[in-house]
Each structure stands twice: as structure tokens, then as C-alpha cells.
Design a protein. Structure first.
Length: 374
């Protein structure tokens, strides 16, 4: 733990990554709010973060949308990338007392944080990245929640929770009810997409899960981004009773839908982590390396089901040893799934463990893999 920074009236927190990345940072934001109760906390993020957090109760007072800076935030459709030097030249127009960088190893993000003109900067630093006033080393294999709590600890913000938590508003629930209707029975939301194809369980396997859950009396809803409509439609095609809601919900409406579900089954992607943050049980299909970084550490309501494959299924490269293994398969150029060997039976059993005591595991899946369960 470092000391509190005196006289902080305005604080910037740089976190402009994807949806799941923001969820991992929520405990760190809660810690900052507790340590600096009178400060204005501004999240430097993207349009997605503004849509999700604006007007929602939480530790952040506002979201300042970063331009799509090269090496920091990719442009959304219609946006033009901004060279990092141009951003740095304009960054001091709204100075901060404290700037906290929790956006990766710092090759670009530390330069952006330093350009804000804050009296004190703190954050992560990978080898070769510019230093900040206070920093901790960026080491890839570390639970993301712990990573960001270490950073805010540098400025005196002790943890107040280890669980990401996002408030659900009446507007979220109302939109979900208007679009999807109230659950007629136990509703399971399936999200079969993921940005990285190496983290995707196949649509065929999600379809087998959906068909079996329907036979057990569950209601099934499939979600996804517009780009994921083909895979969502393939999952839903196994039975006409499965509803597809791709493109029908705002981000707030998705929050309401997830909050009202009995469970969410998904790949390791943003909606899975969002579901956990609103208190919904989750079953996630993970690559083993990503279990370390992004799987929830608790098991009363969450079940990560890992693939233990560590070699590329095409070329055999050991993808745990790449210099920057930001994604499974980082050590080669192939995009085949690293997780499609996860058994359907394990995913189904995880859903039953969380939602149906009649079918909960009483053998090995209830404890350790050996069944000892000491």
C-alpha cells in the first residue's frame, strides 16, 4: 500500500478496453471511491463505457470518451484514429490531480496518463514502457481483479470488495421485460460469441446444451452482437422455442435480461462477466490460461469449465510461452478454437449444480476431480 495523495479533487482512471475488461476493474474503482470519497472520479473510456455507466449508480462520476488513439482504443465504425502525439498535445485542457492507469502494460497508455498533467500518476508498467510516479510491474498471468487492486493500492486505496458489482436500474429491467417478456420458467441466457475465435466453443455444442435444457423445462434465450447473428441463429435453430435477441437490446437492456436469468452460459467474453457483476450465476467455457486471469474466484454462483489444451491444434505451438500471450494461440497465427474439447456434459452439469438441486452433482463434479473433496 502506498500513501493517499493529498488534495485530490479530480481523478482520471484510464480503462478504455472492452466490456469484460471494465467489469474486472470495478473493485478497483470501488476502492478508489472509498479512499477518495469527495473526489470527482472520471473514467477515460470509450462509447460503450459511457453507454453503460452514465446515469448508473456506482463509483464513477462520469465517463470521458477517449478518441480512438493508436495503440490504445480501436476506432468504432465511423471514427478516425488519432495519433497518440495529437492526443497528448490536447490532453492538458482539463487537468487532474491524480491519474490512474489500469489499461495494460503502459507502452501507449502510460504516455497518455502522463499527458493528462496530473500531479501524481500511478499504474502498470511492462518492460520497456515509460515509468509513472508510482507503478507495479505488469506480469501477464495474474487475476485481473487483483492486478487493478494492486495499482490503486499504490495511492492508498485498500480493497473494499473482491467481487465486481454493477447496479441494475429500473430502466434496465423495464427494457428487458418489454423486449423479452418476463421469464415463463427458469430462463437460461446463452451467449455463444466471443471476439477471439480461439475462445469460442462451437455453436453445435451450445446447441446441444440448449436442447437438453429445454427438455428439462428451462426457457432459452440467445444473445449476441450483430456480427454474431450467424452463430446465435445456429444455436437457436435446434428448436423453435429458443428465442434470439441479437440486436434487440441496448446495453442497459442486456443488463436487465442477464439480471433476470437463472443462469448464463457463455464463452469467456463480456456478457459472461457482466452477468456475474449483476449477481447472476454463470457457467463459462474458458481456455486454461484465461482461467488464471479472468475467471471468477468464487464457486457458490460461478462455474468456469476449462479446456486444458495448451498447444495450437493446427501447428502444435506452445501458446503459454509467447512473450505477450494476450490471447490463447498468441504464439502462432492460427485462429482455431482452443476450447472446443470442453465436454457438453460438464457444462450441463455446471448449469444443474447452480440451478436445479434435483440434478446437482453428488460425485466428482461436486468436489475435486478425484472425488475426494477434503
Amino acid at each position: 500500500m502506498g500513501g493517499l495523495v493529498d488534495g485530490v479533487g479530480r481523478m482520471a482512471v484510464l480503462r478504455a478496453n472492452a466490456l469484460g475488461d471494465l467489469v474486472f476493474a470495478l473493485p478497483a474503482l470501488d476502492a478508489l471511491r472509498a479512499a477518495y470519497p469527495a473526489a470527482e472520479i472520471v473514467l477515460l473510456g470509450g462509447p460503450l463505457h459511457a453507454e453503460l455507466l452514465t446515469g448508473r449508480p456506482g463509483p464513477v462520476d462520469g465517463v470521458a470518451i477517449l478518441p480512438p488513439v493508436e495503440g490504445l482504443r480501436p476506432p468504432a465504425p465511423g471514427e478516425t484514429p488519432v495519433p497518440v502525439e495529437d492526443f497528448r498535445a490536447a490532453a492538458r485542457t482539463a487537468p487532474y490531480d491524480l491519474a490512474v492507469q489500469i489499461h495494460g502494460g503502459g507502452r501507449t497508455s502510460n504516455r497518455v496518463a502522463a499527458a493528462l498533467g496530473a500531479r501524481v500518476t500511478a499504474g502498470l508498467r511492462a518492460p520497456g514502457s515509460p515509468p509513472l510516479d508510482r507503478w507495479v510491474p505488469y506480469v501477464y498471468y495474474q487475476p485481473e481483479i487483483a492486478r487493478y487492486l494492486e495499482v490503486v493500492g499504490l495511492v492508498g486505496a485498500a480493497p473494499v470488495t473482491l467481487r465486481p458489482s454493477l447496479a441494475v436500474t429500473a430502466a434496465d429491467v423495464a427494457e428487458a421485460r418489454r423486449v423479452a417478456g418476463p421469464p415463463s420458467r427458469r430462463r437460461v441466457v446463452i451467449h455463444p460469441g466471443a471476439t477471439d475465435p480461439r475462445r469460442r466453443w462451437s455453436a453445435a455444442r451450445f446447441g446441444l446444451v440448449a436442447r437438453e435444457l429445454l427438455s428439462q423445462g428451462y426457457e432459452l434465450v440467445v444473445t449476441g452482437t450483430p456480427d454474431e447473428l450467424p452463430v446465435a441463429a445456429e444455436v437457436a435453430s435446434v428448436d423453435s422455442r429458443i428465442r434470439t435477441l441479437v440486436g434487440e437490446l441496448s446495453l442497459g437492456g442486456l443488463v436487465g435480461l442477464l439480471a433476470g436469468a437463472a443462469a448464463v452460459v457463455a464463452n469467456d467474453t463480456g456478457p459472461l462477466h457482466l452477468a456475474a457483476a449483476v449477481g447472476t450465476p454463470t457457467v463459462g467455457v474458458y481456455w486454461a490460461g484465461n482461467v488464471i486471469n479472468s475467471a471468477p474466484p468464487f464457486r457458490a454462483r460461478h462455474r468456469p469449465v476449462p479446456s486444458w489444451r495448451v498447444h495450437c491444434p493446427v501447428c502444435g505451438a506452445d501458446c503459454t510461452r509467447d512473450l505477450y500471450p494476450a490471447r490463447p494461440g498468441g504464439g502462432c497465427l492460427h485462429s482455431e478454437s482452443f476450447v472446443d474439447d470442453v465436454p457438453v456434459e460438464e457444462v450441463l452439469q455446471a448449469v444443474y449444480d447452480l440451478t436445479d438441486p434435483r440434478h446437482a452433482a453428488t460425485g466428482p463434479l461436486a468436489g475435486s476431480r478425484s472425488g475426494v473433496g477434503y
